[in-house]
Design a protein. Structure first.
Length: 269
């Protein structure tokens, strides 16, 4: 019997495009097709290191015991590839299917692969969106700060794939970022990294777009002493998730969900 989620998503997959724009599309209508390429890709390697030192350690714990003979690790939203060494350290002998639709992010990702032959021999970069890019099977799936960017069709593809193409017990590691519901977030500088005589700063602030969507503004600044000599700003929307939200959604696919640090670990029993 079809579940409510499956029925609703099956209808989305088969119905013709509606002439009107739904509320989510209206919120996103002014976004670039590649919001990460607008500004974030340029600064990600400089500003995300501290985050990945923590996240990478968690991935090594969660992925311990994964059997790479079942297929590649699927890295959804691989970005610049900053997390790839952690995946290969966690699962020696694994291949990685790196899904990254952002051209800006892929530019840095390809550079990383060219400079690291260990990665180049193991990592396949797929430029298509998730719904088109999933391989035939996998041994694990990783989503770092990506779940909130996936629409209902992408999530249907993801959870269906996890239920049918992962071996029992294999993890889907989905990072769940606060806030779990939209709130006003005042501007905060989350990183400041000196390089040469300049300092590179990452700022972000947010506001509710509806009862589940946050509208985030990210500002990247190049600072020389007290002077801001360059600044780039980009907006994007992100759907808020709590661990309970993930658990409620995946149950209809026959999947279980537990928490580990900032991540929800979804498994096929």
């Amino acid at each position: 019997m079809e579940t409510p989620v499956a029925e609703r998503t099956a209808a989305l997959l088969t119905r013709p495009a509606a002439p009107s724009i739904d509320p989510v599309e209206a919120i996103q209508a002014d976004r670039s097709d590649d919001p990460y390429g607008v500004a974030t890709a340029e600064f990600y390697e400089l500003l995300a290191t501290a985050h990945w030192e923590r996240t990478g350690a968690e991935l090594i714990e969660v992925l311990a015991g994964v059997d790479p003979s079942h297929g590649p690790i699927v890295d959804v939203g691989a970005g610049t590839g900053i997390g790839l060494p952690y995946l290969l350290d966690a699962v020696p002998g694994a291949d990685v299917h790196a899904i990254e639709p952002s051209r800006g992010m892929r530019t840095a990702l390809h550079t990383r692969l060219r400079l690291d032959q260990r990665l180049a021999g193991r990592v396949t970069v797929d430029p298509r969106p998730l719904r088109e890019a999933l391989p035939e099977r996998a041994c694990a799936i990783v989503l770092s700060a990506v779940l909130g960017h996936l629409d209902e069709i992408d999530r249907y593809r993801l959870w269906s794939f996890a239920a049918g193409q992962l071996p029992p017990g294999a993890p889907v590691v989905a990072e769940v970022l606060p806030p779990h519901r939209p709130i006003e977030v005042e501007p905060v500088r989350y990183a400041a990294v000196p390089v040469g005589r300049f300092t590179y700063e990452g700022w972000q602030w947010g506001e509710p777009a509806d009862d589940r969507l946050m509208r985030w503004t990210m500002s990247y600044r190049v600072v020389d002493g007290a002077e801001v000599i360059a600044e780039q700003t980009v907006q994007s929307t992100y759907r808020c998730w709590s661990p309970d939200d993930v658990r409620d959604e995946v149950e209809s696919f026959g999947l279980t969900a537990d928490t580990h640090g900032d991540a929800v670990i979804v498994r096929r029993p």
